[in-house]
Ligand binder design. Structure first.
Ligand code: COA
Ligand code: MG
Length: 295
């Protein structure tokens, strides 16, 4: 699966923002039919999203995804039925309880792909894995049985706070996430890696604070996340840069790979006075693979 660094949310009923975002720097756009759209605008938004998808069939430089309403809302099926004619690259599923929701969405997509003449399985899924109270204790369900359509997991701290009855999700002085959100972040990462899906960093809602965003991107990346959800175009270049391997990282990764290739059969080697073994080689290969994909 292609790794996508920046995933920009665009309200699905805002023509100005939608037109502006298409062809911009974001690796993927997420046209929103859920929280960003008022109920009385739902039908207009569905048609606008289907139209912009249809008008932009070439997704080689930027993927186009749609966030539908949660499956337990009566809006979700009409959302899907309306947008599938535009052949979205994928669907974002909010407020999941467990992998069962993702599998149900997969079945709906199979039927709609058949209707639209789309290859079976072509429509991918990114789920927002932690927006309900149940979701924090059902991660194991993804490892047991989940559709191959699920290519990414992200997490949400805003709806989760509401679901847990919290008055806030960050410490009032330090601004650090409280425990349930750290748990959500860790389990989302581990679950995504366990099923070979992309772990995608959560939104940074304070969209004027670009320095804070950059810090959070670097921390996400250090932990193993790849890419982040954006809500404002100004966040996109920061996310793209933070999740692209730097020249120095690429050069170092090449040296690590070289030294193992020059010493076949050796499991451990020394470089610049540091011990390197298989995890370092794997890491170096990941850096090069990502750099090659971005080039
Ligand atoms: N996608 C595309 N363009 C966007 C955008 C977005 N998500 N957010 C802002 N812009 C555009 C604005 O239209 C504006 O362009 P213009 O000057 O040509 O009109 C420009 O970027 C600067 O916008 P700015 O004035 O800084 O922000 P704002 O106050 O208009 O909007 C938000 C702030 C948060 C309402 C807006 O960024 C937004 O709608 N974000 C997405 C919200 C969303 O989808 N949420 C659901 C998921 S959590
Ligand atoms: Mg709504």
């Amino acid at each position: 699966m292609k790794m996508l660094r920046s995933w920009l949310f665009v309200p699905g009923d805002d023509e100005r923002k939608m037109t502006k975002a298409v062809g911009g720097e974001a690796d993927a756009l997420l046209f929103d039919l859920e929280d960003a759209v008022a109920d009385e605008r739902q039908e207009i938004a569905r048609q606008m999203v289907a139209d912009i998808l249809t008008a932009n069939p070439d997704r080689s430089r930027q993927q186009l995804w749609v966030r539908i309403n949660p499956l337990d809302s009566e809006l979700s099926l009409p959302d899907l039925a309306a947008v599938m004619r535009g052949k979205p690259d994928g669907i974002i599923l909010p407020k999941t309880y467990s992998a069962a929701d993702v599998n149900r969405l997969g079945d709906f997509l199979s039927a709609l792909e058949a209707r639209e003449g789309i290859d079976q399985g072509a429509t991918k899924i990114l789920c927002v894995a932690t927006e309900t109270a149940s979701s924090l204790v059902t991660f194991e369900s993804y490892i047991r049985d989940v559709t191959d359509r699920l290519v990414g997991l992200t997490w949400g701290g805003e709806d989760l706070a509401a679901a847990l009855g919290a008055s806030d999700n960050r410490h009032p002085v330090t601004g650090d996430y409280d425990e349930p959100y750290l748990l959500a972040r860790t389990f989302t990462l581990a679950t995504a890696r366990a099923i070979d899906a992309q772990p995608v960093g959560s939104v940074f809602v304070d969209f004027r604070n670009l320095e804070g965003l950059e810090k959070e991107c670097l921390r996400d990346r250090r932990m193993g996340y790849i890419g982040k959800i954006a809500i404002h175009p100004a966040q996109v270049p920061i996310i793209n840069r933070a999740f692209s391997p730097s020249e120095e990282e690429i050069a170092y990764a090449r040296r690590v790979i070289d030294i193992f290739e020059q010493n076949p059969g050796l499991g451990t080697v020394g470089l610049d006075g540091k011990m390197l073994d298989m995890p370092h080689l794997k890491q170096a290969r990941n850096v090069i693979a990502l750099a090659e994909q971005l080039a």
